[in-house]
Design a binder for this molecule. Structure first.
Ligand code: F6R
Length: 607
């Protein structure tokens, strides 16, 4: 989604803004622009397309100034073109605005402003903000922004500069992320930490409806009544290399290679003396007695992690679990009460559908436990309990390492609940803990055997449609494998429960159709073999993913990708790495923009 950067200090801000926008490219965008204060007024350079187009224009026009805002736009209102790109300028040219989010009442505000003599040049909702700030501006930019946001409905992260002052600029947020970077004689705003990490590690994380006033020598933060609030400085403890490719061709492959480490970081600190210790969550055995149902709510990859969560929580802790897409949950009027626990899963912690689902659950009395990767994100802050996945920054749009850690977190929760409810004995708990401890090494083995996957991808990247099948946990895994493939390689793909195929979809299997079959569940193995035979009999080419001990199926399938002999119960955390690698190599073979797939955005902050 849109990215915002802003700077005030003594340096020329053009390269700082451009650099920051480059670090936010992963969020997805289709146009970009900057506005810079200089002695002639506000200089705006913006255009449709990649940052390289903006860079070309900047090289021609050479804007210079020590105060500026920049933006990458992911189109919502109005097609991607030069005019709809941000920043937007007010009627007199006095105010420039960058915005992330959606203003839901923009048509009403637009009508009002047209009556006041304002003319609109773009199709965006953001342009109303620029004119509205000007309408309210009586020499005090902060007050004008406060008055403006009191009239906005919807979501926003804003950066606002005025031609009247090069001494300060204003930022504000509601339901869209925005941080303030605290430098020495210079200060910044950004949608995400990587954009400013080169300059400072100290940040304020703005809360909803807070307004930050940035000067080069200090930052003040106010609530929407205009009262100053004391903010805690959040010190970022990961370094720039975590958000850089470090020699890898793409962020995605770098992040897949980080999986052994991040799974270890998520699991190990939470295993003490052979038991699960989740210091960060406060759910007692008594609390669990009062919980008669769990909802898991999330989007995309995180939703797929939730489906695995359902299997394992029900199996280990014996609590019924319902899994919901966040975008559906909110509007289906779910039956929730104070005897329910809602588990929210989100890498970014900012996905708006998921955040609104969380609020819906809380408003109905449920307690919320979230599994989140980004410390201090909106979902983390609004949850009753948070279990962080220590995956580090995930830059590639396609989620990989975050998924493995979300699964790891769900296993920890399932085992913790089972131990507290007494639904697991000491021996079984010990066995599961040993299986979890073995995961990083098993993932490392999958990575070191990647050549087979790469070769198979090289022979099949022209496939038009690929089916993923599996049963039980393998079905949950297949959904994620299929999503990974379609989002980065643009190959049509569907995931089916192995047993469901014959109820319709098998009609699509013809000579040469590629089928990826997960076969990691011992108890369902023979049944899945039957499904493989059904598709083979209709001409399918089958790639199977299974433990080494099942290698013998190489006589019925076309390719076997083996994973180490891990316990079937935890196999999804290892097998997904093979599927991610397959999707990656297919996309690379096709020449796709792996890290920034078309039409997609990383942190989806609009509904
Ligand atoms: C897929 C992907 C998306 C996200 C989804 C939720 O690779 O990245 O499907 O998983 O948008 O995002 P978070 O986890 O940030 O809430």
């Amino acid at each position: 989604m849109c990215g915002i950067v802003g700077y005030i200090g003594d340096k020329n801000c053009t390269p700082i803004l451009l650099n920051g926008l480059k670090k936010l490219e992963y969020r997805g965008y289709d146009s970009a622009g900057i506005a810079i204060y200089n002695t002639h007024g506000l200089k705006v350079v913006k255009c449709k397309g990649r940052l390289s187009c903006l860079e070309d224009r900047i090289n021609e026009e050479k804007p210079y100034g020590c105060l500026g805002i920049g933006h990458t736009r992911w189109a919502t209102h109005g097609e991607p073109n030069d005019v709809n790109s941000h920043p937007h300028i007010s009627k007199s040219g006095n105010i420039a605005v960058v915005h992330n989010g959606i203003i839901e009442n923009y048509l009403k505000l637009k009508e009002f402003l047209i009556l006041q003599g304002y003319e609109f040049v773009s199709d965006t909702d953001t342009e109303v903000i620029a004119h509205l700030v000007e309408y309210h501006y009586k020499g005090d930019l902060v007050q004008a922004v406060i008055n403006t946001i009191s009239e906005l409905e919807g979501s926003y992260a804003l950066g606002v500069i005025s031609r009247d002052s090069n001494e300060e600029f204003v930022a504000a947020r509601k339901d869209s992320p925005l941080i303030v970077g605290l430098g020495d004689g210079e200060n910044f705003i950004a949608s995400d930490i990587p954009a400013i990490l080169e300059y400072t590690r100290d940040v304020y994380i703005l809360e909803d409806r807070e307004i930050a006033v940035l000067r080069k020598d200090g930052v003040k933060v106010f609530n929407h009544f205009g009262t100053e609030v004391k903010k805690e400085v959040f010190h970022v403890n990961w370094d720039v290399s975590a958000a850089e490719k470090s020699g890898y061709e793409h962020f995605m492959i770098k992040e897949i290679f980080e999986e052994p480490k991040v799974v270890r970081d998520t699991i190990n600190p939470r295993i003490k003396d052979n038991s699960i210790v989740l210091d960060d969550i406060h759910i007692s055995p008594q609390d669990l007695e009062n919980i008669d149902k769990i909802f898991i709510v999330a989007c995309g990859t995180a939703y797929h992690a939730g489906i695995v969560g359902k299997y394992i929580i029900e199996k280990l802790a014996g609590i019924p679990v319902e899994v919901d897409l966040a975008s559906e949950f909110r509007y289906r009027d779910p039956i929730i009460n104070d005897r329910n626990l809602v588990i929210i899963i989100s890498q970014s912690g900012e996905t708006i559908d998921t955040l609104f689902a969380l609020r819906e659950a809380k408003s109905k009395g449920a307690k919320v436990l979230s599994i989140v990767n980004v410390v201090g994100s909106s979902i983390a802050r609004e949850s009753d309990n948070v279990l962080y996945t220590w995956a580090g920054p995930e830059i590639a749009v396609a989620s990989t390492k975050a998924y493995n850690t979300q699964l790891a977190a769900l296993y920890l929760i399932a085992l913790d609940f089972a131990a507290k409810k007494g639904t697991i004995d000491a021996q079984a708990l010990d066995r599961h803990i040993q299986s979890l401890r073995a995961l990083p090494e098993a993932i490392e083995k999958v990575l070191s055997n990647r050549e087979n996957i790469q070769k198979f991808a090289a022979g099949h990247y022209n496939a038009r449609s690929i089916f993923y099948i599996g049963r039980g946990l393998d079905y949950a895994l297949s959904m994620e494998g299929s999503l990974k493939l379609k989002e980065i390689s643009y190959i049509h793909s569907e995931a089916y429960a192995g047993g469901e195929l014959k109820h319709g979809t098998i009609a699509l299997i013809e000579d040469g159709t590629l089928v990826v079959c997960s076969m990691t569940q011992d108890s369902l193995f023979e049944k899945t073999v039957s499904n493989v035979k059904e598709v083979k009999a209709r001409g399918a080419v089958v790639m199977a993913i299974t433990q080494e001990k099942n290698k013998r199926i190489d006589d019925i399938v076309d390719m076997v990708i083996t994973i180490p002999d891990v316990d079937p119960f935890v196999a999804p955390i290892v097998a997904i790495t093979a599927m991610q690698l397959f999707a990656y190599y297919m996309a690379v073979q096709k020449g796709c923009d792996v890290d920034k797939p078309r039409n997609l955005a990383k942190s989806v902050t609009v509904e």
